[in-house]
Ligand binder design. Sequence first.
Ligand SMILES: Nc1ncnc2c1ncn2[C@@H]1O[C@H](COP(=O)(O)OP(=O)(O)OP(=O)(O)O)[C@@H](O)[C@H]1O
Ligand SMILES: [Mg+2]
Length: 447
Amino acid sequence: MLRPLASGRSPTPGLFLGLIITLAAVVAYSWYITVQISGLRQLQNHLAGRNRKDSLQLLRIQNDLNSLALAMRDMLDNDEPYPLTAWSAQFQRIRADLDDALTLEGQVALAERTPEQRQFLGNSMAQFWDAVERTFALARDGKENDARTEIRVSLQARQAGLSTAVARLLVQNNESEEQVGLRIGQIYDRVQRQVYIFLAAILSAILLTSLYLIQSNRRLFAQLAALSEQRSELAQKLISTQESTLRHISRELHDEFGQILTAIGSMLSRARTQVSEDSPFRAELQEVSEVAQSTLDKVRSLSQALHPVMLDEAGLESTIDWYIPVVERQNGIAISYEKSGRPFPVDANVGVHIYRILQEALNNLARHSGARQAWVRLRFLAQALELEVEDHGAGFVESSARSGIGLVAMRERAQLLSGSIEFLRPAEGGTLVRLRVPIDKTEPHVP
Ligand SMILES: Nc1ncnc2c1ncn2[C@@H]1O[C@H](COP(=O)(O)OP(=O)(O)OP(=O)(O)O)[C@@H](O)[C@H]1O
Ligand SMILES: [Mg+2]
């Protein structure tokens, strides 16, 4: 019982969609990752790098400020034999270094710093140096004590203020570095989350597409199997119909036309005996009688070619016995014919298919193998009837092995008989066709 074919919907659009979704996900994800990585690089190079450079300059400033504090303490201690002006050169050196450090710091300082902060540092620094100059001016005028008071009252306080401001900036830098670290950590977390989502999405797309592919493949294979079954059934029906038609025509030719021609022949013979020996009419009658006889022969051989009457009357074994020498004669091939086992009768409807398979195998042998010798074996086995046709010729050539319909028909006939057919290559090369029909199929049916 055949299943009706499902309406054939091509799986291509679905597969195409799956492919596009997968590719789009990969492209979108790659773009996303690229953006995140460049953001990370920006954060690390730009912010973190500048922050570090800024901190270095701030430390340099802090160091200079400490040197100034130490110098001022020495000036106040007054246990050196030098006048206060002797420190002037050291102050100038520190000032040059501080100016340099402040310029560099201004270049790398982050934009986050407020203008007030910048101005405060610059102004405080300027005020400090003004006070320094005032102090050294007092010292130069010989007012060492006034100068010392200036140091104690003004300079030390200003230096302490500057140190605190720089320390605050350093703390701010540290905090901003921590924030950058935090932001980098957040980016990593986000990217990691996206990786999981992307993996889940891509796996689902692949899974769905694969499931769809498997499903449509199964549908296609089922359709193919059903179609193949239908085709085989149709071929077998055609073969059966063809055989019964040929058999009918062959019988008609043999029985009806054969009888008519035989009757015409005997009527002509009788007519001839009634005509005098020397009459020219007698010779013409003889000629017509010969024409009738040769037509009768032709009708008989045509009938035989369409469907050997012998199959129905004498059985398969005798038909093959008769057929082998005919092929030898017609094709000039030497055939070694062997029979083995205890012969059993074969139903004519089965015999005709075995006979056709033998015919096609010998035809192919003559046409394609190039061999001049063949072996035909008919084996009556306990469970089956086996027929082999072997040649040691060219053998099957892959490329040309699907041009004709002969092999297809042989297979269909074998299937009609619930038998099997094999196309093998003997050790010597060439082709061996082996047909096997189960014995229960060959038993004659009593009508
Ligand atoms: N005995 C053989 N030796 C070598 N090649 C063979 C033999 N039998 C069949 N073939 C190869 O198998 C092919 C298919 O055979 P098949 O009988 O199906 O087709 P065909 O004989 O070419 O045509 P058709 O039988 O339809 O008239 C042949 O064309 C031939 O190449
Ligand atoms: Mg053929």
